[in-house]
Design a protein around this ligand. Structure first.
Ligand code: GUN
Ligand code: ZN
Length: 444
């Protein structure tokens, strides 16, 4: 048997010991080590302990000294569209017109494998440079777009979940599918990719307005056929969208009721946005064990509305954070947490830093039902982590001067921070990105 490759890292550390929901429970799970030693072997965490001296570093261990930096679990982006990378910052429209004018034309390019591969490489480099190590990703309708993304993620042994969009109405003809063919292609992709290394597949009906009952039937049947596959979609983002759903499916009493009818709710089902939910829909999310992706920068950019984080918490519904690029305006989970804070301020909910970083790490892993493998530094977890400079800019230095309180420093990080704070990104025990190093893929 080959000898285990041991690596050690000295730095300050934060992570969360276990899953929690309410703010004070989350605070109870925060672990902060001002000076610690993380040991990993063959891409898995062995231990995290306070630094007591160099003698704790085992013989033969490859040692990296990140003193003065903070290491935390890699960010988990629970909602993002990779074919929308190139159309981020599209001016002036709310959801339905934004989709028509900007999104559909761009997504129609992703049937070209070569193009999709180049953009997948750019996309994954963007994730890494912003400190994101796992994402739940929408590709386009084209199976080629999914193949391109998974092939790229595989190069880094990155844990990523993605799926081909399913849609069969109210879209341009070039993107419109036949429901049976959409299901056939989805099945083929699941067989090809799901569970291969760290890759996972998500059945991806775009949203109810682009889904006929026949397509919903197909998606539901796939879910039953492959119970450990994920499901991702959009829910209750925009008021006109909701109105449209009630016209298209008058026999259902709510937007979520449509998904639930086709058995698309449940564990490993991740609903993005969930802004304008009725009480019964919150209850349905709770009772089915479904998860929510909170996408504050997108919700502000498209003028969609304010997500009620407190309502999700009251029902212990798992909540992850999504950038929702390209409706979201940054790949940075730090910037997105800054927006999350402001969205909650507008509703008089004080989103503290402890809670915010929970939702972007272990809480996101929980929302994806992956908290048994990623999200913190418990022994055996996959070693996905980021190295953070808390004082990357003159303003951050000024603001943090004299601050000894880690929660204050983390609040500054989520309010003023961005990709400049991420100095290194490690995936599966390998450094996949270091600040200052550029690669061909950084330029699309
Ligand atoms: N609803 C349906 N499709 C989309 C999309 O691509 N982005 C967002 N934000 N909402 C959607
Ligand atoms: Zn989206």
């Amino acid at each position: 048997m080959s000898k285990k490759r041991l690596q050690g890292f000295r730095a300050a550390f934060i992570h969360y010991a276990g899953v929690a929901h309410h703010s004070d429970e989350i605070a109870g799970q925060l672990r902060y080590l001002p000076d610690g030693l993380l040991l990993i072997a063959d891409g898995k965490v062995v231990s995290l302990a306070p630094w007591t001296g160099r003698e704790d570093v085992p013989e033969g261990c490859v040692f990296t000294d990140y003193q003065g930096r903070l290491i935390m679990p890699g960010f988990i982006d629970t909602h993002i569209h990779y074919p929308q990378t190139e159309m981020i910052a599209a001016y002036g429209e709310q959801l339905l017109e934004w989709l028509e004018q900007y999104t559909f034309p761009v997504e129609s390019k992703y049937g070209d494998s070569e193009y999709a591969s180049a953009m997948a490489a750019f996309f994954i480099r963007q994730l890494f440079s912003h400190g994101t190590t796992t994402a739940l990703v929408f590709a386009s309708v084209h199976p080629e777009s999914v193949d391109a993304l998974f092939r790229e993620a595989q190069k880094y042994a990155m844990r990523i979940i993605a799926g081909k969009v399913m849609m069969d109405r109210h879209v341009p003809a070039a993107l419109q599918e036949d429901p049976a063919e959409s299901a056939r292609q989805t099945r083929e992709l699941i067989e090809r990719w799901h569970g291969k290394g760290r890759l996972g597949y998500a059945i991806t009906p775009r949203f109810v307005p682009t889904s006929s009952p026949a397509l919903m039937e197909q998606a539901g049947a796939l879910r039953r056929e492959y119970p450990d596959v994920w499901m991702q979609t959009h829910l209750s983002e925009n008021l006109r969208e909701i109105e449209w759903v009630s016209e298209l499916y008058p026999e259902h009493d709510s937007y979520l009721g449509v998904y639930d009818h086709y058995r698309l709710t449940g564990k490993r089902s991740v609903f993005a946005h969930c802004i304008h939910l009725q009480d019964q829909e919150w209850t349905c999310l709770q009772q089915t064990g479904s998860s929510v992706a909170f996408c504050p920068s997108s919700n502000l950019f498209l003028g969609s509305g304010l997500f009620k984080l407190s309502a999700a918490k009251a029902r212990k519904i798992p909540v992850g954070i999504g950038t929702d690029v390209g409706a979201g305006t940054s790949f940075s989970l730090l910037r997105t947490l800054g927006d999350a804070y402001k969205v909650q301020q507008l509703q008089s909910y004080k989103l503290n830093a402890c809670e915010a970083f929970y939702h972007s790490t272990l809480g996101g892993a929980h929302a994806l039902d992956l908290d048994n493998v990623i999200g913190n530094f418990a022994p055996g977890k996959e070693a996905d982590f980021i190295v953070v400079d808390l004082k990357a800019t003159p303003l951050q230095k000024l603001r943090c001067a004299g601050s000894q309180d880690i929660t204050d420093q983390l609040f500054v990080l989520m309010t003023l921070g961005d990709e400049r704070n991420i100095t290194h990104t490690w995936v599966n025990g390998e450094c996949v990105w270091a600040q200052g190093e550029t690669q061909e893929n950084d330029h699309a």
